[in-house]
Design a protein around this ligand. Structure first.
Ligand SMILES: Nc1ncnc2c1ncn2[C@@H]1O[C@H](COP(=O)(O)OP(=O)(O)OP(=O)(O)O)[C@@H](O)[C@H]1O
Length: 311
């Protein structure tokens, strides 16, 4: 398997404080890899080391076959980095900015095609300074792609976007993946990671706490399903079938809205639905749900969140 990034036992110390405490990572060619973690977990530190912008304290790092701490301009041209705070060139149009940046690379992508990819083709002749915030961000991404990178670092690419701009950005990232670009994505949005990522790694307090696919990380695929419904009028808990009563979550039998937990949801849903149908109850608010990626993420990072929230 073709590995684009390989990190082992990476450590980063700022004075007495160790922000990254010995992590291993592997990113494969062509995948969208999501790097998740709470504020201060060590994401930016790690990404900057991978991009060659920060020297590590210890550990091995290989990005596209080279050590970023020693790699030169030819290596850098193979990597796209979306800068958070890039300033548009004064008085240049979008297309002119793109051509300017294209001049820095040995084998740039065509300008028009790249603007198309990020959904900015219609703004090609607009002054870069006149773009909206979301369009500005797309230009940043287009500028990071103009060198035709093999590997793209995307740091919170949709922060501040409205819902339709987010969807457009997701389509764009999916388009990059289809072109074979490896994407290293940091995000705080779990739905974004779920939608886009082939694999997810969670860092918390400088350590990797979980890795896997969005569907399986943290044992998500084996986690119990939650079943919720409201007891129909004129029924009580004692009327429910035994399999349903047995699945009642602890402390959840008080109100009329019930919560059941089941490793195998059909073993509970079958009897529940049979019971309701036989009595003509509709159960209009019946809900069955697996824990979301966000639920799993919050559980995985709960210790750190608790620690940082103590006043
Ligand atoms: N230059 C620095 N000097 C000292 N401490 C730093 C420095 N940069 C980061 N840190 C500390 O290292 C820890 C990790 O920071 P980092 O920016 O890598 O976190 P992050 O996961 O990117 O957080 P966020 O989600 O808030 O961007 C934090 O506690 C931060 O305060």
């Amino acid at each position: 398997m073709d590995t684009v990034i390989r990190v082992s036992a990476l450590r980063m110390r700022y004075g007495p404080f160790e922000a990254v405490r010995g992590i291993d990572l592997e990113v494969r060619r062509g995948e969208v890899f999501a790097f998740l973690g709470p504020n201060g977990a060590g994401k930016t530190t790690t990404v900057e080391i991978l991009e060659g912008y920060r020297r590590r304290t210890a550990g091995e790092v290989d990005v596209l076959g080279e050590d970023p701490a020693r790699a030169g301009p030819a290596w850098r041209a193979r990597i796209g980095v979306v800068l958070q705070e890039s300033q548009p060139e004064r008085d240049l149009t979008v297309a002119e900015c793109m051509r300017l940046y294209a001049g820095y690379y040995p084998a740039p992508r065509p300008v028009g095609e790249t603007l198309e990819l990020v959904g900015l083709a219609e703004q090609a002749d607009a002054a870069a300074t006149r773009l909206s915030g979301g369009q500005r961000r797309r230009l940043d991404v287009a500028l990071s792609l103009i060198g035709d990178p093999e590997l793209l670092f995307l740091d919170e690419p949709t922060t501040g976007f409205d819902p339709s701009a987010r969807r457009a950005a997701w389509d764009m990232i999916a388009g990059l993946r289809a072109l074979g670009v490896t994407v290293f994505l940091t995000t705080h949005f779990m739905d974004e990671a779920e939608h886009l990522a082939d694999r997810v790694t969670v860092i918390s307090d400088g350590l990797i706490v979980a890795e896997g696919t969005p569907g399986t990380i943290g044992g998500r695929e084996r986690a119990a399903a939650e079943i919720r419904f409201t007891l129909p009028p004129a029924t009580g808990l004692a009327d429910l079938p035994p399999a349903v009563r047995a699945a009642l979550a602890d402390g959840e039998g008080e109100g009329r809205r019930l919560l059941l937990r089941a490793d195998r949801p059909l073993t509970v849903l079958g009897p529940l639905i049979g019971w309701a149908e036989a009595r003509g109850h509709e159960l209009p608010d019946l809900e069955v749900r697996r824990p979301s990626l966000e639920d799993v993420y919050l559980a995985l990072t709960a210790n750190e969140t608790a620690a940082t929230e103590v006043p």
